[in-house]
Design a protein around this ligand. Structure first.
Ligand code: G6P
Length: 613
């Protein structure tokens, strides 16, 4: 996490950097800072969001510079305050660095530097790195570029860094290991950022740095790329497919709301060119060469974190139900440390919106070591996970800016549905006529999502009723058990109300003790699967005076007669109900959070992309 952005060229750097920080704010927003170089290095830092930094800097009339670096922070070492904000300068004040990641051996390095007379102003690992570079430059009498390279060989951990130096007013040095970094190449100008969003309006030519890559950008010269082990590389310039309009709010109050309303389109984009209802087939170009591997897999292991893990759980139901292949779904963070039983006969599917989640990347490395085939389901094109996997399919949901994931989730579920249907077809676990029927139904899902989105007034009314409660319970069964987990996660992430998701039948093994007249319980109860059992669970809650909000299929009078609020979703096949039932849960969380005055797009303590353990 942390967002970094840097500029070198002929434009004014400050507006480019501030705009870039706003775009990257989803990555962390507890403090921000900027360094501009115009003769000398001017550093401005401020605790809080990027807008706080802007207010602080607004007083300063002398912001002229054509080279600079900027950072928005998500604290790892040292509390979120102005002193710990980046950029950090070295002791001689000539070097400054912005850093995303963690230097794990900072303590040892710091002690050694203190012994050599260095002092530290902040509690950060980053300040250690910049002083290490200064120390090497002084003692080894090598170029700045070489000092950076030597220093990076001494640190362990993760980093994406940009270095700026008073003695080199026309140069930026950047490097990455474990944290993402993109370089934009314009006409006589260079951009550096954690992702392409700060770059897209200036240039579409980008270089995605690989692990341990290091670049030197100099005014009027071609970019130099090498590894930190000093191996020269030829830069591979790619064309960005992102569009600027995708990064703006388009009339919505928040990115999250915009992204919720984008779902009819994003789901369609996930299906585009893959679902052929007319021919009764699904094609998935990205994993076509691995279909046999999947069909013969001893088991499929899905690894992911957060919302992507919930999508993985829906995937388990889909793959086992339709294709009859055993599936395990693992938190990437647990999988990586628990000596899992895994071999060449297994296929691992890593799911990640950002494609940068550190634990998911580590799980992939472990599975690779054990010889498994690794496939990826990512949203961000060219991301680290997309590149670390053997093959994969993109969700094509478009950039997701709101920290709480919405459209990425429904696109992940859509893609997993397509994969399960494709494998079922190849394996013959589904009849041709059933396949045609399901694909025809799947084609109508975007319209049905559109229809589901229309229940705004009712959801606002429900939000008003429950916005001040302290706890919420979400219950569902089968395909909609993961939806209950996701609904609860959305609410806690953005409204800070404690919420738990449970399989409805498990309620009586614990959570039922919580139920009284103050406890709202959300049931996901479409008229499919073991609907009757869910109805019994609803009765159990009502018998204890709990308040029930039920998501039901249109026209369901049984549940309507029992509960306090009913939200209808259109009739569909059971396997598609997660795609519809998720929508009102996202909206409920959104409206409650807005009514409670919470910062919906940037909830406290969270970050969109967790690139540290
Ligand atoms: C963070 C985000 C979550 C997300 C999770 C996994 O915790 O706040 O919204 O679900 O990371 O992210 P990924 O990019 O791997 O899907």
């Amino acid at each position: 996490m942390c967002g970094i952005v840097a500029y070198l060229g002929s434009r004014e750097a400050y507006p480019v950097l501030i705009k870039g920080l706003h775009r990257l704010e989803y990555r962390g927003y507890d403090s921000a800072g900027i360094a501009l170089l115009n003769g000398s290095l001017s550093v401005y830092k401020k605790k809080g969001k990027v807008s706080e930094l802007e207010k602080e800097v607004a007083e300063n009339k002398n912001l002229h510079a054509t080279i600079g670096v900027a950072h928005t922070r998500w604290a790892t070492h040292g509390e979120p305050n102005t002193i710990n904000a980046h950029p950090h300068k070295s002791n001689n004040s000539k070097l400054a660095v912005i850093h995303n990641g963690i230097i794990e051996n900072y303590d040892v390095l710091k002690k050694a530097l203190i012994e050599r007379g260095y002092h530290f102003n902040s509690d950060t690992d980053t300040e250690v790195l910049i002083n290490l570079i200064e120390d090497i430059q002084k003692n080894e009498e090598v170029s700045l570029e070489e000092s950076v390279r030597i220093a990076l060989n001494q640190v362990t951990g993760a980093y994406a860094i940009v270095i700026i130096s008073e003695d080199h007013p026309d140069m930026l040095i950047a490097a990455r290991k474990g944290s993402p970094m993109v370089i934009g190449i314009g006409d006589g100008e260079f951009f550096v950022a954690s992702d392409a969003t700060p770059i897209v309006e200036y240039t579409k030519s980008v270089i995605y740095l690989a692990e341990e890559d290091m670049v030197t950008m100099e005014r009027g010269k071609a970019i130099r790329l090498k590894t930190i082990k000093n191996k020269e590389k030829t830069p591979y310039i790619e064309k960005l497919e992102m569009d600027l309009s995708e990064l703006e709010k388009g009339g919505f109050d928040h990115f999250m709301l915009k992204e919720i309303y984008e779902q009819p389109r994003s789901i369609k984009d996930t299906m585009r060119g893959r679902l052929h209802a007319d021919k009764g087939i699904v094609t998935l170009g990205g994993i076509a060469d691995y279909e046999q591997k999947l069909l013969n897999a001893r088991k499929i292991i899905i690894v992911a974190c957060g919302t992507s893990w919930h999508a993985g759980l829906v995937g388990e139901y889909l793959l086992e139900d339709l294709a009859r292949i055993p599936v395990e779904v693992e938190y990437a963070s647990e999988f990586r440390y628990r000596n899992p039983i895994i071999s060449e006969e297994d296929v691992v599917i890593a799911i990640s919106q950002s494609g940068e989640t550190a634990d998911t990347l580590a799980a992939i490395s472990l599975a690779k070591e054990k010889g498994a085939t690794i496939l990826g389901i990512c949203n961000v094109v060219g991301s680290s996970i997309a590149r670390a996997t053997d093959a994969g399919s993109y969700t094509h949901a478009g950039p997701e800016i709101g920290v709480a994931s919405t459209k990425a989730f429904t696109s992940q579920v859509t893609l997993l549905t397509l994969i399960a249907l494709r494998l079922a077809q190849l394996k013959g676990t589904i009849t041709k006529s059933k396949m045609v029927q399901l694909l025809n139904e799947m084609e109508t899902i975007p319209e049905k999502v559109e229809k589901t989105l229309k229940s705004a007034a009712l959801i606002k009314e429900i939000a008003k009723e429950f916005k001040d409660v302290r706890n919420f319970l979400y219950l569902g069964r089968g395909y909609n058990f993961p939806v209950a987990l996701e609904g609860a996660l959305k609410l806690k992430e953005i409204s800070y109300i404690h919420a738990e998701g449970y399989p409805a039948a498990e309620m009586k093994h614990g959570p039922i003790a919580l139920i009284d007249k103050n406890m709202p319980v959300v049931f996901i109860a479409p008229n499919k699967g073991i609907y009757d059992k869910v109805v019994s669970n609803i009765q159990e809650v009502k018998a204890r005076n709990g308040k029930v909000i039920a998501i039901v299929t249109e026209g369901d009078e049984t549940v309507k007669g029992m509960v306090d609020f009913v939200i209808e979703i259109p009739e569909t096949e059971e396997l598609f109900t997660p795609l519809l039932a998720t929508i009102p849960l996202q909206k409920l969380a959104y409206h409650i959070a807005v009514m409670r005055g919470c910062h919906v797009d940037q909830p406290r303590n969270l970050a969109k992309s967790v690139t540290v353990e």
